[in-house]
Design a binder for this molecule. Structure first.
Ligand code: ASP
Length: 277
């Protein structure tokens, strides 16, 4: 059986799942990598999600995005890229057309421009509104200093609607992810999504993508540690075990596929779409 799975980020309402099912239907291609990229592009172009158009703003009002793609034995990502429509496509080009695996900041933007990606404004009213809510909290004294961010902030305010996709098609695996990060971020902050092993992993035995607070996911190398256990017990159990290692206050979601199983699991609501064929 071939399968493509999409997620709309931990914290995204389940009511969005029918939209993601439609995207899965539309994005499915002959191969796994084409399917996950097109899935993520559809979600980047949908302002509902915190990726591409609709990405959250940083504390300095800039929008910096992370995206990654992975297939067995190869990886590409962009870190803190700005003003491009589809960061996931640039991540694929880093993997396929550059001598590198990861490009960041102005270097990633320059690379994108060289390849013909136009300057594109990803800011939306929704992101503006979210930003104003965050700043109001800071001004109200709810967050006094940056080093008090962790202590004083409601974790639910940090959850983004990052997007991701995994696929197994004709025995081949691929994973892709894209995010505007978490709503409260310093400029330059890097989450788990563009880091192999943290927010994404793909090898000969499967593909895994995560969503949640990047800082926590990085510390646990979540996706690689799930991948590494494939075959030792049912996939659903592996995913649940690893998610249960997080503090109860930290919502985490994972989608994963192996040769004969798949798993969609989150400790909070998470919209998802599935296409099997
Ligand atoms: N993992 C993303 C990040 O920390 C956010 C999310 O998945 O909601 O950048």
């Amino acid at each position: 059986m071939n399968i493509l799975i999409l997620h709309g980020g931990v914290g995204s309402p389940g009511t969005l799942s029918p939209v993601l099912n439609k995207y899965a239907e539309k994005a499915v291609k002959k191969n796994a990598i084409g399917s996950v990229i097109d899935s993520v592009v559809l979600m980047e172009d949908d302002e509902t999600f915190n990726a591409g158009k609709g990405s959250y703003m940083r504390i300095d009002r800039s929008v910096q995005m992370d995206a990654a793609v992975m297939i067995p034995g190869n990886f590409g990502s962009v870190v803190n890229i700005e003003n491009v429509k589809n960061p996931v496509r640039v991540a694929y080009d880093v993997m396929a057309r550059s001598p590198h695996n990861i490009l960041s900041g102005d270097g990633a933007v320059k690379f994108a421009r060289l390849l013909g990606y136009d300057d594109y404004n990803v800011k939306t009213e929704k992101a503006e509104k979210k930003y104003n809510e965050i700043i109001a909290k800071i001004k109200n004294g709810e967050i006094k200093e940056f080093d008090e961010m962790k202590k004083n902030f409601d974790i639910n305010d940090l959850i983004g609607d990052t997007v991701g996709a995994v696929a197994r098609i004709d025995g081949e695996f691929a994973a892709a992810v894209s995010t505007g990060g978490t709503p409260l971020m310093l400029r330059g902050r890097v989450g788990d999504s563009p880091l192999p092993g943290s927010g994404i992993y793909c090898g000969e035995n499967g593909a895994v993508v995560a969503t949640g607070i990047g800082e926590e996911i990085i510390k646990k190398q979540l996706c690689y540690r799930i991948y590494n256990e494939i075959g030792k017990m049912p996939l659903e159990q592996i995913v649940k075990n690893k998610i249960s290692e997080f503090d109860i206050s930290v919502p985490v979601g994972v989608i994963a596929v192996t040769r004969d199983e798949y798993s969609i699991y989150a400790s909070k609501d998470m919209a998802y779409g599935v296409k099997t064929f």
